[in-house]
Design a binder for this molecule. Sequence first.
Ligand SMILES: NC(=O)c1ccc[n+]([C@@H]2O[C@H](COP(=O)([O-])OP(=O)(O)OC[C@H]3O[C@@H](n4cnc5c(N)ncnc54)[C@H](O)[C@@H]3O)[C@@H](O)[C@H]2O)c1
Length: 468
Amino acid sequence: MNRKDFLNLSARAAVFFGVAPALTACNNDNTRIETDKAEELLNTSKALGTAVGLKSDPISKVRVGMIGMGNRGSVLIQMFEYLIKNNHAEIVALSDLKENKVQKNNDYLKTIQPKGADLYFGHDTEWKKVADRDDIDLLIIATPWNYHTDMCVYGMEHGKHVACEQPLAMTLEDCWRLIEVGERTKKHCMYMENCCYNAEELWVLNMINEGVFGEVNHAEGAYIHDLRKHMLDASYYENQWRIKHHETKNGNFYTGHGLGPVSFYMDIGRGDNYDYLVSMSSKEQSLSAAAKNNAYPVKQFACGDMNTTLIKTKLGKSIMLQFDTHTGRPYSRLNTVTGTKAVHQGYPSRLYVGHEELQWGHRWLNEEEYNDYKERYDHPLWNKLKNQIDAKAVGHGGMDFVMIYRLIRCLNQGLPLDINLYDSVMWSAITPLSELSVANNSQRTVIPDFTGNSWNIKRSNEVLRNIL
Ligand SMILES: NC(=O)c1ccc[n+]([C@@H]2O[C@H](COP(=O)([O-])OP(=O)(O)OC[C@H]3O[C@@H](n4cnc5c(N)ncnc54)[C@H](O)[C@@H]3O)[C@@H](O)[C@H]2O)c1
């Protein structure tokens, strides 16, 4: 988008950049201010690229503070059993608004770490006391979305590595804040994208790395998950924070489950980068229909039932990313990737190999052929951690444990994390950029280079490293 395009932006679009609401009142002067702001935020020269390959001193036992002990925090804490019992990690503090949530999780913690943790609760700034402590190395953040940037920034400014649930930022301004603070403090800032660690996604990534797909040219990812029941249930999310985003915003609010693995398949930040996107939302029907007979006071929602965002990469690949938490159908992340020699399509997982061998055309591999590829290219991580994964009934079938294991073991050994600052910000930035495109009739929207041009350096994905 050039300057002239920005002059045509509605004042409403300013909110996607993180401009204070006071500036969004529509008059010509304010629109001009927002236009300048927008140009600044889309400016591609702000990052230095210094967080690529970021290493910190090895931490023999990682001391963890957890913030947000709701649905997600209660699962994440259970991923620490093996790491605590093997002296790789210790949970020092737990924080939540609600006392009963920290108490319940501390009761669980005592079963794997008898002394339990120090507890912080009762006020929405209590978590800062956790970040202020000097005996904590890592903050794990699993709170509602609007807290994420402030918690990550405060944590890094106070000497902590941070690992946060998605998205790490909801405005472009906050994306740049994370880049600036991460590069300056040299602390790790990780988007906890568990789907990057799922067995199927790691197997596909391994096949791509081994050349089975030839050259990858297109991929499809999604978060298709009917959340109407949870969003309308007053007791599920604390203060029903999630549905509130659907009242005022329209775009893709939950990018990482689809985009994280797909970005790994495409070497994003490691030889390629996003260039621009276009985003379109369908009309909204299903959440408002479900809300009709529910006690929830709001009956109209801005977020369309289905958002589809198309991303073009610098090297010409295309990505289709979808977001639908309003309609009823089985869960899917699509997990589709097309190369010059092979195609994978998920839900259920199918593999096609052999564009050059025409006798294989027009059909997915049969079970025997598929299993052969499965055995030959299974990522060694899952085999290695099989016993620990099998021991857990929770954690999305094992991927949550693999993610936490990799995070802690990288910190133990002073290695760069698999998911770095730039991945974290790039995956988050698609949210405000999709909203901006939707608000402007699906206009082509430039994706800033958050990597400081470091995406140009081709390197293999860190998750493929074999670490102890
Ligand atoms: N990766 C995954 O598979 C996955 C799954 C579920 C949720 N999530 C993510 O996890 C995060 C939390 O979602 P959830 O389902 O657990 O929501 P939730 O409402 O169950 O939990 C959020 C918790 O944060 C607490 N909280 C709110 N403000 C706080 C503050 N200022 N200080 C401390 N605690 C505070 C709330 O009291 C609540 O217990 C979201 O980002 C969500 O998208 C990820």
